[in-house]
Design a binder for this molecule. Structure first.
Ligand code: MN
Length: 254
């Protein structure tokens, strides 16, 4: 089996090395990752310039592109038709609730949705590396367990790991996405030459972090596993919208 490992923190990120270290003796692992931190890139593809892979001494492939570019190129060109599964991370920082909309870590896994085995995205709920070994051990367990897993196509697993040493992690639970409040406002900022700009600010706090959510699980010391799908169609509002559209008047003299 061949696993393609990607991330959004960049090809030099410690979480990528940790994930590769945890998986390299389980499967044939190849690594393709952005040459710089592309956190927040979501599922962007680079369409306005060519992608140029470069090869690091450790065998990892760096790319002047997004996380999605990395998986797209890895699966379709660099390792064409030989990749069975995509694993992404280990991100330093949570990807909970609304974060999955912006996350390059989750996007990299989503780009692996056409493969034979379910893709997984791993995030450690911390900016520090202290508990990366625990997160890597959990990633290894979950990746190994994929052999007993049958999921519908285009389904990926989003895994968030609490910032704890392995012996203090209480277990692994199945969760739904919670929701965040609106993010803090962009921060106005002036550079040393007096030019003004803005920094996008931090994500909002958990608004729905209740029972059953990913937020709740990691807060309680559990690993959170949320299955995600591509289809965002909101089926529950079909009836209401059907009536609304039925009453729509199409006028030519507006
Ligand atoms: Mn990141």
């Amino acid at each position: 089996m061949r696993i393609l490992i990607a991330n959004d923190d960049g090809v030099l990120a410690p979480g990528l090395t940790a994930l590769h270290g945890a998986l390299h003796d389980y499967a044939d692992c190849v690594v393709v990752a952005p040459h710089e931190d592309r956190s927040g890139a979501s599922s962007a593809l680079t369409l306005d310039k060519p992608l140029r892979p470069f090869y690091l001494e450790n065998g990892f492939v760096g790319l002047n592109g997004t996380p999605t570019d990395c998986v797209h190129l890895g699966v379709n060109s660099l390792f064409a038709d030989s990749v069975d599964m995509v694993v992404s991370g280990i991100n330093l920082g949570a990807n909970l609730g609304d974060d999955v909309l912006y996350s390059g870590t989750v996007a990299a896994a989503l780009e692996g949705r056409f493969l034979s085995r379910p893709a997984m995205a791993f995030s450690l709920v911390s900016r520090q590396t202290d508990n990366l070994p625990a997160a890597a051990a959990i990633a290894r367990s979950l990746v190994e367990a994929h052999e007993q897993l049958e999921l519908p196509p285009r389904t990926i697993l989003n895994v968030n790991i609490p910032n704890l040493p392995l012996e203090r992690i209480k277990g692994v639970v199945l969760t739904r996405l919670g929701h965040r409040e609106r993010a803090a406002k962009p921060v106005k900022w002036t550079d040393p030459r007096g030019k003004e700009g803005y920094w996008i600010s931090v994500a909002g706090d958990a608004e729905d972090g209740g029972e059953g959510t990913d937020f709740n699980a990691v807060m309680q010391g559990y690993v959170s596993v949320t299955p995600l799908r591509i289809d965002k169609t909101h089926y529950e509002v079909f009836d209401h919208l059907d009536g609304w559209l039925g009453n729509l008047r199409m006028t030519s003299d507006a």
